[in-house]
Design a protein around this ligand. Structure first.
Ligand SMILES: [Cu+2]
Length: 309
């Protein structure tokens, strides 16, 4: 079902209810007005042999009715809207120590977990049924963080972090997207929220905290060497190695992610190889340059990345 019709948190539910209420009101008004127009066309159309009908001017009763009825409807919509606004955006208990810090980058999302001391990209894990405080920032231009099933939209504004409360009701995968046009790859600035049970979430956290697995074969060893040599390390972090770059996504546990490049590609060895061969062909304009790698270099680097569980 379309995500907006299937809210999965106490914050998204009031938005859905308000939407349905306004939509139904509009449908009723449309049916009423269009119905009366059609009725009048047939009921009062000129028949042959008739002269002009009697002319009537003004009707106080009708004037009052069609002023008061819309006024009351607007008051009702106003009350519902105000209620939905406060329910969908509860005041944070403690904005100074968020559980997650989301940073928008052209054109991917960084997710920092300050309490665990690790970072990931484009895939945000949350436990079901718990409040998670999220701080939303940007590294460059204005982006907008939106997961329709979980919460309202929140802008990521330079110099002005915004706070959002996430509280998914049930486990599942919830898709999100940048909802503020932010440059040429805006359409591929997508992400997913993976909601699991508390214990699965903790297992994931324990795995993410670990430093990257060391390469175990000849090929992946060569890949690890190239990663340092080919400036990949200037832009990417792989914990436990020299690579501490912050321009691109953290790759420490790259293999634990389902998709990459802002949900553009499935995380398969073939796609990783295609990406490394020329990211500019796949996501034109993105901030990873064509590294002019040979096929052999691509092979070793892919082997290395595919060992980063
Ligand atoms: Cu964006």
């Amino acid at each position: 079902m379309t995500p907006v019709f299937n809210p999965s948190s106490p914050q998204a539910a009031p938005i859905f209810t308000l939407f349905v209420f306004v939509l139904l009101s509009c449908i009723v008004i449309l049916a009423l007005v269009a119905g009366l127009v059609v009725y009048a066309c047939f009921r009062y159309r000129r028949r042959s042999g008739e002269g002009d009908p009697p002319q009537r001017f003004g009707s106080q009763k009708l004037e009052i009715a069609w002023t008061v009825a819309p006024f009351l409807l607007l008051v009702a919509i106003f009350i519902f809207t105000a209620r939905a606004m406060s329910n969908s955006d509860p005041t944070p208990a403690d904005a100074s120590s968020p559980d997650i810090v989301i940073v928008g980058h052209q054109w991917w999302w960084e997710a920092q977990y300050p309490k665990g001391g690790f970072r990931t990209a484009n895939e945000i894990h949350l436990p079901a049924g718990r409040d998670m405080g999220v701080l939303i920032k940007t590294n460059d231009v204005i982006h907008d963080f939106w997961v329709p099933q979980l919460a309202r939209k929140v802008d990521a504004i330079p110099g002005y972090p915004n706070y959002l409360l996430l509280h998914p009701d049930r486990p599942g995968v919830y898709l999100g997207a940048c909802s503020e046009f932010c440059g040429e790859e805006h359409a591929w600035m997508r992400f997913r929220v993976l909601v699991t049970s508390q214990s699965e979430f903790e297992t994931w956290e324990r795995q993410q905290v670990q430093i990257a697995s060391a390469p175990s074969e000849l090929l992946s060893n060569e890949g690890a060497r190239l990663f340092q040599e080919k400036a990949c390390m200037k832009c990417h972090t792989i914990s436990g190695t020299e690579a501490k770059g912050e321009v691109g996504p953290d790759l420490t546990h790259f293999l634990s992610r389902h998709k990459f490049a802002g949900e553009l590609l499935d995380n398969t060895p073939e796609n990783v190889a295609r990406w490394l061969k020329n990211p500019q062909q796949i996501k034109p304009g993105c901030h990873m340059p064509n590294m002019q790698l040979t096929d052999d270099q691509v092979k070793s680097l892919t082997a290395y990345l595919d060992g980063l569980q």
